[in-house]
Design a protein around this ligand. Sequence first.
Ligand SMILES: [Zn+2]
Ligand SMILES: [Zn+2]
Length: 225
Amino acid sequence: MNCLLCNAPLAYRLTIPDLVLLRPIQPPVLCQRCRKQFERIDSATACPGCGRPKNGRRLCPECQRWHQHYGWHLRHTALYTYNEAMRDFMRRYKFQGDYRLRQVFQGELSRQVQTLAADLVIPIPVTATTMATRGFNQVLGFLGTEEESGLLVHRAGEKVAQSHKTRRQRLHTPQPFELTNPVAVRGKRVLLVDDVYTTGRTLYHAASLIHAAGGDEIISLSLAR
Ligand SMILES: [Zn+2]
Ligand SMILES: [Zn+2]
């Protein structure tokens, strides 16, 4: 077995807990050197709204503005900072389409999903165009499934890159999603999962549909922020 990022050979020895607990063995897919490039966010000191690192558990100015706009705000958890290693990882995974890389964070993300204990887990869908060119939904890959929930779908038309817009333009971006069965979210604790939290725009669009349909609690999770 070799590191999925730098191809260095990986040594893996069974540990005592592996043997005693008879747990499923998860051999590492990254070498220590590559693993160390990723910077974990400490949720104890992050913004409770967007997961921004080191905000001291206070709602950051961006989240305060989202709150003003919607009358509520997301409660988002992000696992890692979007540093250079993560940017490079995403480039290889999403844009070069190396589907093996889903394994790198699959375990951590799935454990976090379990910890958040939602009634419904809804991964943010990709557009039909992305599906046709990339061949997979990167979020589903992280969750270890290939099955779309089918509950949240893209409306006809294209998702436009959010990062080049001004804040005002972003707030008024038309809703790109629709809920195929709004009744299914009523009274539920819903977890939205995306790969990267950039401006929050995408997650807020999805969350506002669920909110309007009577979702009881909406939380969200991303690999990076
Ligand atoms: Zn490596
Ligand atoms: Zn925030």
